[in-house]
Design a protein around this ligand. Sequence first.
Ligand code: B12
Ligand code: SF4
Length: 439
Amino acid sequence: MNLLLVYANPYTMLWPQPAGLSMVARAAREAGHRVRLVDLMFEADPDATLARALEETRPELVGFTLRNLDNADMKAARSFVPDYVRWVRMASQVAPTLIGGPAVSSAPEPLLRATGATYAMTGQGETSFPVFLRELEAGASTFSAAGLIWREGETLRRNPPDLSGHARGIDWSFIDLAKYKRPYMAHGLVTKTGCAHRCAFCDAPWTAGTTFLTREPEAIVEDLRRDARDYQLNTSEYMLIDTCFNQPLGWAKQVCEAIIRSGLKVGWAAVVEPTPDLDRELCRLMVRAGNTIVTTLVASYDDDVLAQSARPFTAADVAHAFELFEAEEVLYMPQLMFGGPGETRASVETTLRYARRCKPIMIQGGWGVRVYPQAPLRERAVADGQVPAESDLLAPAFYLAPGLDREWLDARSRSVGVSKLAAAPRWARYLWRLARLRW
Ligand code: B12
Ligand code: SF4
């Protein structure tokens, strides 16, 4: 079939490349289909770019990656759904349409209805997309492809998604890398998917898998070798595509050891959560294997707030992790998220007091928690009267603990920060880690 695949991400913040779409594109090409990938990320007039691609390609199917429902920012919420609706409708005038990607896994039926797409696919696409294409070509009206949602009369039919993990990484041949050469641009490196935790505000276990689905360390190193050889990606930083790199602990160590053994000079950032098993050995291995910086969604330093969001660590674990980072020269960037269930003025102050004591390279503070349709927080948000029970949650919807004043919270969260002078040696170390990649 003649396929047009569209990376429909209009949000340039941190510019993630069309990682998942490249994997789906590779699978379709290997199954014998003609594939063109169009990336709307940096387009000044994405509507015109899409119209041109539709005209030039004359596709038999148009597939879309819909990544984020919105920017997840309560203070300045920006929904991307209106763009998705417009683009899918444009394409639907030319050919049947299929939507996939993280936003679709989060809110499949609402997005299918809103965009009017012919089909939606939840979960991973690299195995199920070619199955769907085979069935479509054969004229099927009912499908076995994993994760597929289709219409039969007035009803929507839905197959369970493929959440088995990624055997292979990104296919850069589909991505115009020149467009992504920007300051602080990090290339994606797929290390694992899924998550064994159940944080109340997160839908990853339901949309990406309920266990850690790790890739083989040697397969990850093989990607790094190929990326260096064919695309020279070793000269800038990677961002691991991994919700919590440090777990399972033994696997994370094996990945670091495999990178060290390979002799490759690479730099990578990762999400590392302060779970109780985090140890000194992993911190040391990470630095030796080229870790440049870690981010950690600490959210709060109050045990009750952490417990009410079912975070997999306590305030003491956070303190322990940060001590290790500081001792082992792991540069870290905590993210605080004020206003979750159980938050009070007192708990906000507890977190701020702790934040002033630690020594990160940078610290981010935000408030309000996005409520996703399948996340456990939804029930609490409905019970607390913050979200109507019948809402499909496509439009940005947030939880803010009852009784907290927004203006006060905004002012307090903006008081979070690290003095430039104190952070200067850490920034120097970070920039040195990036600079050495170029020599
Ligand atoms: C890594 C990551 C990041 C990294 C990206 C680094 C990089 N260089 O790529 C960073 C830190 C930059 C980031 C930023 C943000 N992120 Co983020 N991120 C992720 C994470 C963990 C993995 C995404 C990923 O690349 N997956 C790997 C690829 C291989 O999988 P994939 O894209 O899902 O593609 C597969 C399927 O979806 C499917 N598929 C995809 N497209 C298509 C198309 C078709 C036609 C088909 C059939 C199938 C299909 O098949 C693919 C292969 O299996 C997810 C959580 C998760 N578990 O998915 C959140 C996630 C996508 N991020 C999220 C958010 C909110 C954001 C931010 C808005 C946060 C913020 N407030 O700033 C920004 C947005 C950035 C932007 N400009 O878009 C949310 C989106 C929620 C939603 N449903 O709307 C997620 C789901 C996390 C969550 N549960 O809250 N993120
Ligand atoms: S927030 Fe992170 S640790 Fe918690 S369930 Fe989501 S991916 Fe897992």
